[in-house]
Ligand binder design. Structure first.
Ligand SMILES: C=CC1=C(C)c2cc3[nH]c(cc4nc(cc5[nH]c(cc1n2)c(C)c5CCC(=O)O)C(CCC(=O)O)=C4C)c(C)c3C=C
Ligand SMILES: [Fe+2]
Ligand SMILES: [Fe+2]
Length: 360
């Protein structure tokens, strides 16, 4: 059959709500081969790299995949843990915490799971598994607070692809961003306040976000504006003046111009301007990962200290902190509005049963 059906469907089964959390995905091991597979899938996504297909195929396969996997594997080996990649285990912890809390409130009506945009568990396999469990209403939450076509847009593509061959499409809701959602802003601000309570303040608080090519912004991607808005709202919540914080962009890739100011250039130049201590926060990363632990926690620390900086602190991502889980739960509940009563219309069941000549 061209279109897939739910193999285990019965009319008597209760309809369920599915909550699917997604994140980027991560290599299976900090090794060259695993990195090559991961980077090939990730960097072949036209939402991530907007370069004509043939030209990019040649650059990717003849240059990048011959050089980068080894270098990236080494970087990943510095953050790898007994539980594997930080991005993976933090996402698992977030999912478990949300699943436990929602189970308490809604019992088996709500199924919570996570998937990765690249690698596994894939959006396709997890979505199909949810449909098999009787999910007829699906809420998808990509864990990227600020919308970009490269991340949230790409996740939407994968969701469409996952459902493309499905016979009976569920109701679908997609949270495309939550960069200004008050409980999220409060959770970020709260984590900074907690850090201050232990370590005191620094000369500057730096909000650093993953960059994207500048031409995506000029083509209409709202990511840049959403990063600034998140930062402004957190700064307002903390009562910070404009000279007490900055917004910068990290993780450049390739030679073209990306969003500025660049995090590394900024850190190299701040000490000579009299800024001797900084605190770094990454509100665009809902989970700690290579880009926060290694790039911000290690690499950029060295730049700042080598340039004459005296104190450098990285404030951890929200990960599975209770304030973060509570914020995500209220975001989910806001978007489940009207779906709280998922009992299937009994009349529809009866009609379908008659039409199919069964009481299945
Ligand atoms: C053209 C390249 C890239 C764009 C555009 C891009 C956007 C983007 N990425 C994230 C979040 C993450 N990126 C991570 C790693 C990572 N990103 C790129 C390239 C682009 N990202 C690469 C090549 C890598 C792999 C690491 C490396 O080789 O340097 C991660 C970490 C994943 C992990 O396993 O820990 C995250 C998270 C966002 C939010 C974003 C645009 C807004
Ligand atoms: Fe990235
Ligand atoms: Fe990086």
């Amino acid at each position: 059959m061209k279109y897939r059906s739910n193999e285990t469907f019965t009319h008597k089964q209760a309809d369920k709500i599915g909550v699917l959390l997604t994140n980027l995905g991560t290599p299976e091991a900090p090794e060259k081969g695993a990195l090559k597979r991961y980077l090939r899938e990730f960097l072949s996504d036209p939402r991530v790299v907007e370069v004509p297909k043939l030209i990019w195929w040649m650059i990717l396969n003849l240059v990048i995949l011959n050089i980068r996997p080894k270098r990236s594997a080494h970087a990943y080996s510095t953050v790898w843990t007994e539980r594997g990649s930080p991005l993976m285990f933090h996402t698992q912890d977030q999912t478990n915490a949300l699943a436990a809390s929602m189970q308490q409130k809604y019992g088996d009506k709500v199924v919570v799971d996570f998937a990765m945009r690249y690698g596994s568990p894939s959006i396709k396999s997890v979505t199909q598994n949810m449909l098999e469990k009787g999910v007829r209403q699906l809420l998808v939450l990509p864990l990227y607070p600020q919308y970009s076509g490269a991340t949230n847009g790409s996740t939407f593509d994968a969701l469409g692809e996952a459902l493309r061959k499905t016979r009976w499409i569920p109701d679908v809701r997609f949270i495309s961003h939550y960069h200004d959602f008050t409980p999220y802003i409060d959770a970020v601000a709260g984590s900074i306040t907690e850090h201050w309570a232990i370590h005191g303040r620094a000369d500057k608080l730096i909000f650093t976000y993953h960059g994207i090519p500048k031409r995506y912004l000029t083509a209409g991607d709202p990511y840049h504006c959403e990063c600034y808005k998140t930062s402004r709202l957190v700064a307002e919540k903390l009562g910070l003046g404009k000279d007490e914080y900055m917004v910068t962009f990290q993780s450049r890739f390739g030679r073209e111009e990306w969003l500025q100011p660049y995090t590394d250039h900024t850190l190299k130049s701040l000490p000579e301007q009299g800024v001797k201590s900084v605190q770094m926060i990454c509100p665009g990363f809902s989970a700690d990962c290579l880009e926060t632990i290694e790039e911000i926690g290690i690499e950029n620390r060295d730049y700042f200290l080598e340039a004459g900086g005296e104190r450098y602190e990285y404030i951890a991502a929200l990960n599975a902190q209770p304030e973060h889980i509570a914020a995500l739960e209220s975001l989910i509940e806001k978007n489940l509005g009207g779906w709280e009563c998922p009992e299937r219309d009994s009349q529809l069941s009866a009609e379908l049963a008659t039409a199919m000549g069964s009481d299945k």
